[in-house]
Design a protein around this ligand. Structure first.
Ligand code: MN
Length: 130
């Protein structure tokens, strides 16, 4: 079974790049383009990992993380914030909202997969092979 990763991202270029890298390495990628769609898809897809942009339309990433953490069936899915919103305290805010980790934008094609898999290993999910 391929591992499923839900990417919640409203920027088409970032979404394309993340999807391209993850699919190339054997992950099944699901995309949501706003926070509400992201929460809904987390419920229907039940991904192994969520990559979460913070600046999103409809519902921002903090609200998405908080909502997922209050849902008993979805609260254990690891969430990695992916954001360039680099204000002081921002990383702490993502953790407080319920994220397990943080990847900084811009997405670096040379290190992105490694960063994602580091979080998969840390949460016991491991890599994309069957
Ligand atoms: Mn965004």
């Amino acid at each position: 079974m391929k591992k499923k990763i839900l990417v919640i991202e409203d920027n088409e270029q970032n979404l394309y790049l993340a999807t391209f890298i993850l699919e190339k390495h054997g992950y099944e990628v699901f995309a949501a383009r706003d926070g509400k769609e992201g929460v809904d898809m987390a419920g229907s897809v039940r991904p192994d990992l969520i990559l979460l942009d913070i600046q999103l339309p409809v519902m921002d990433g903090y609200a998405v993380a908080r909502q997922l953490r209050t849902n008993a069936e979805l609260s254990r899915i690891p969430i990695i914030a992916v954001t360039s919103y680099a204000m002081t305290g921002d990383r702490e805010k993502t953790i407080e909202a319920g994220c397990n980790g943080y990847i900084e934008k811009p997405i670096n094609p040379d290190t992105f997969l490694q960063q994602v898999e580091k979080h998969l290993v840390a949460t016991g999910i491991k890599g994309g092979e069957e």
